[in-house]
Design a protein around this ligand. Sequence first.
Ligand SMILES: N[C@@H](CCC(=O)N[C@@H](CS)C(=O)NCC(=O)O)C(=O)O
Length: 208
Amino acid sequence: METLRLYDFLPSGNGYKIRLLLSQIGMPFERIEVDILKGETRTPEFLSKNPAGKIPLLEIEPGKYLAESNAILIYLSEGTEFLPYDRFFRAQVLQWLFFEQNSHEPFIATSRFWISILGKGDRYKEAIEEKRQPGYAALNLMENHLKTRNFLVAERYTIADIALFAYTHVADEGGFDLTQFPAIQAWIERVKLQPGYISITEEPKSLI
Ligand SMILES: N[C@@H](CCC(=O)N[C@@H](CS)C(=O)NCC(=O)O)C(=O)O
């Protein structure tokens, strides 16, 4: 098999989804740090690999690229315990992946980016305030779901948990108060206990 190469940025939750899954599968890969704060995703060279100019980007074999973190999760988890085989459970996994991109990441991840990555919370104050209500709506939905469940789908740990964990567990870095969500907090602890777990800024162990 060809060497997998991940174009990544260590503080990124979207990049972390892929690092975490690869570490848990135990699949070796090469990690290439792309400093998005220095515009390294906007160079002609990077844009020729991903015209969207974003990480994470997976190079599956030389010249064959896959973008979008949740698409990469689907690709890598195919045939593993992290993606259910059952048709309905698989569709439920997709339901959470789409929810994450539509109703969660644009509010929680973006607030975190402005406040904790850029360190410009004051400058983006109004925009951050606009993201409060929809961000909390996403957290409330997860809280209600997790009140009666251990994991998001099929009562087992899947890429749905990985996709939602990435930005939920650091939601406080975006100014969201997680102490009011006990079911989410308990789920975060369960995810951290999964074999092969690495933290968001930890270099994966399966690096080449
Ligand atoms: N929907 C995409 C979002 C990717 C994304 O927003 N990547 C950010 C880092 S988390 C990025 O590369 N930003 C650099 C830029 O926009 O120039 C995904 O899930 O992969």
